[in-house]
Every structure is written in structure tokens, then in C-alpha cells.
Ligand binder design. Structure first.
Ligand code: RP5
Length: 163
């Protein structure tokens, strides 16, 4: 199954690139689209309604300001939606964070941190790994590498500062 990345605007591309970096690293197939819940509402609806037949296992929805994108997509599909609130100059992303996270019961959006494009991709991979043993193994090895890096840093800092 593939990952869909949907951006509310081309101005969100820097955050999408964080997702793309992780998806590429894990060898996951993805498709990227700019679709605005407010400016192209019909496209948002149609995209979500056909997501499953297009073999998308997860949708990453990236949007700022009054970010309706993740919620609107989640309203029109049962494919899991991960929302990424994007930081804006005026309210620092709190606007998008609340818009994305505060969904009514029955229409879930898994909201990651403000500008959390990387974790959106890691979470997407965990979802897909439930039915993909190779991907599950890859995630285990990534976690082991991450732990090893922390151990190495721990050893380095001990050598530098411990008397
Ligand atoms: C949101 O409004 C977009 O996701 C973007 O984060 C923000 C500003 O969009 P632009 O005016 O830059 O197109 O819908």
C-alpha cells in the first residue's frame, strides 16, 4: 500500500519534505498532491472518497492556519488520516494544531506536532507495518540504530566531562 501526502498549499512544501525524507529512507511509495479543503473542496472530497481504491493505506494531510484539510479528508474516507499542523507567522501554528486535533468523536485524525512532517511519516510507516513484515523489520532496525546513536553520544559525553 502507498502513502498519500496532501498539502493545503505549495507554501507547506518544506514540511512535506520532512515526510518525504523518511518515506524515501524506508522505501515507501507515496503520491503527493496540493488540495485545499477551503479553496478546492470538491477535489478534497473526491480524493478522499477514492483513496482506498487508489491503494492508499494512510493519508498525511499537511496544512496551516484554520487547517480543515485533515478533518475534511477523514470525513470522506475510512483510510487513517495523519494531520500535520503547519506553523504560521501570526499564531505560530496553534491555530492549525487545534483545528487538526480537535476532531469530533467518530471522525479521528492522528495529529502530530506542529511542523511534524517527519513523525507523520514514521507513524504512517507503523500503520503500514501492521500488514507488512519487511517494513516492520525495517522499523525495528531503525529503532535499534536510534538507540545505538544515543548510547554512542552518552559514551562520548561521559568521556568528555566525567572526571
Ligand atoms: C493553509 O493556509 C495552507 O495549508 C497553508 O499552510 C496556509 C497558507 O496558504 P497560502 O496562502 O500560502 O496558499 O490552507
Amino acid at each position: 500500500m502507498k502513502v498519500a501526502i496532501v498539502l493545503g498549499s505549495d507554501s507547506d512544501i518544506k514540511i512535506a519534505e520532512k515526510s518525504i525524507e523518511v518515506l524515501n529512507r524506508l522505501g515507501l511509495e507515496f503520491d503527493i498532491n496540493i488540495i485545499s479543503a477551503h479553496r478546492t473542496p470538491e477535489r478534497a472530497r473526491e480524493f478522499a472518497m477514492t483513496a482506498r481504491e487508489k491503494n492508499f493505506g494512510v493519508i498525511i494531510a499537511i496544512a496551516g492556519k484554520s487547517a480543515a484539510l485533515a478533518g475534511v479528508l477523514a470525513a470522506h474516507t475510512r483510510v487513517p488520516v495523519i494531520g500535520v499542523p503547519v506553523k504560521s507567522d501570526d499564531l505560530g501554528g496553534m491555530d492549525a494544531l487545534l483545528s487538526t486535533a480537535q476532531m469530533p468523536p467518530g471522525v479521528p485524525v492522528a495529529c502530530v506536532a506542529i511542523d511534524g512532517g517527519a513523525n507523520a511519516a514514521w507513524l504512517a510507516a507503523r500503520i503500514l507495518a501492521l500488514s507488512d513484515e519487511k517494513l516492520a523489520e525495517k522499523l525495528e532496525s531503525e529503532a535499534a540504530n536510534m538507540a545505538l546513536k544515543v548510547e554512542n553520544k552518552n559514551n562520548e559525553i561521559k568521556q568528555r566531562y566525567n572526571k
